[in-house]
Unconditional design. Structure first.
Length: 95
């Protein structure tokens, strides 16, 4: 649920709130690597590339084959501007 909340803040273009909730979601026991990708996007869009890269490294350790397309398949959304921002944020960290 924390990841959903973080993602909803991304969609609402509230990167600070998205980063805050993504941090909690990613640190939750059993959090999936896709949740960590939300943290990558949120921290990037919030202007914290170092924190985003920390999460990106965790995703690469846990799920090396994951890419942007995996994220977009798991979290399909139609808001084109947000989709472009999230895609660019993930691309900035090698996804």
């Amino acid at each position: 649920m924390l990841g959903v909340r973080a993602f909803s803040h991304l969609v609402r273009e509230e990167p600070g709130e998205a980063a805050r909730w993504a941090e909690q979601a990613g640190l939750s026991p059993g959090a999936h690597a896709l949740i960590e990708m939300i943290a990558v996007a949120a921290h990037t869009l919030n202007g914290d590339p170092a924190e985003a890269e920390r999460w990106a490294q965790s995703v690469r350790r846990r799920a090396p084959p994951f890419a942007r397309d995996d994220f977009l398949r798991a979290f399909p959304f139609r808001a084109a501007g947000v989709r472009d921002s999230v895609t660019a944020a993930l691309a900035a960290h090698g996804f």
